[in-house]
Design a protein. Structure first.
Length: 86
């Protein structure tokens, strides 16, 4: 299992340690992978529109085939959703 965001490696190290994550976090500073997966786009908050990470999860098998996509992930329920497909 991997996580990816546009945050720095240094930022990821602190986040992973703080939350005791059982997986690696990858840094995509130029957002090339994030954009390739369609996980970057328009967001709205407090009446303002901006571009940012679209929180998503892709379940990819050993052959590299995408088996399931979760869009608009809500962190509180997402662990249970993932366990159901793994």
């Amino acid at each position: 299992m991997l996580g990816i965001s546009a945050d720095s490696v240094k930022s990821h190290a602190g986040f992973a340690q703080k939350y005791e994550l059982p997986f690696h976090l990858l840094s995509d500073l130029d957002k090339s992978v994030i954009k390739a997966y369609g996980a970057w786009g328009e967001k709205k908050m407090a009446g303002k529109t901006y571009e940012g990470i679209l929180r998503s999860t892709f379940v990819i098998d050993e052959q590299g085939t995408i088996r399931k996509v979760f869009e608009k992930v809500k962190t509180a329920e997402h662990g249970t959703e993932l366990l159901e497909v793994m």
